[in-house]
Design a protein around this ligand. Structure first.
Ligand code: AMP
Ligand code: ZN
Length: 112
């Protein structure tokens, strides 16, 4: 989708620190990290938010990708957090579906 920053990353039109890609998904470093490891996982096709994601296989794929990535980043034993913000009250600021993978420090609960 033209004007979508994550579509531009997926198309290689703007730079990102890509750490994993395949099966229609890409993981790259968040530009404003909130933890020692803070990666974003996106589908390469444009989907605006979780509300627009109609394909359960795609959603399951994203979660599986996050789990593999957490293992590759050696976060699996100590633990990590996967976050999916949806729409303004959920804190979503980029309207291309993405998971945050956060790790490398203990996480607080409840979230802000
Ligand atoms: P959210 O608030 O859940 O929509 O998360 C959007 C995330 O995208 C934020 O954590 C931003 O720091 C991150 N972000 C926005 N633009 C870029 C970019 N060009 N490269 C890497 N991360 C980005
Ligand atoms: Zn997009």
């Amino acid at each position: 989708m033209s004007g979508c920053v994550f579509c531009k990353i997926a198309a290689g039109e703007i730079p990102a620190q890509i750490v994993k890609q395949g099966n229609g998904m890409i993981a790259f470093a968040d530009m404003n990290p909130q933890a020692p490891t803070h990666l974003l996982i996106i589908p390469t096709i444009h989907i605006g938010s979780l509300n627009d994601a109609k394909d359960p296989q795609l959603l399951g794929g994203l979660l599986g990708f996050a789990r593999e990535l957490a293992k590759e980043q050696k976060l699996d034993t100590r633990g990590y957090r996967v976050v999916l913000n949806t729409n303004p009250d959920g804190g979503q600021t980029v309207f291309h579906l993405h998971l945050h993978l956060l790790g490398g420090r203990p996480m607080n609960w409840p979230p802000g």
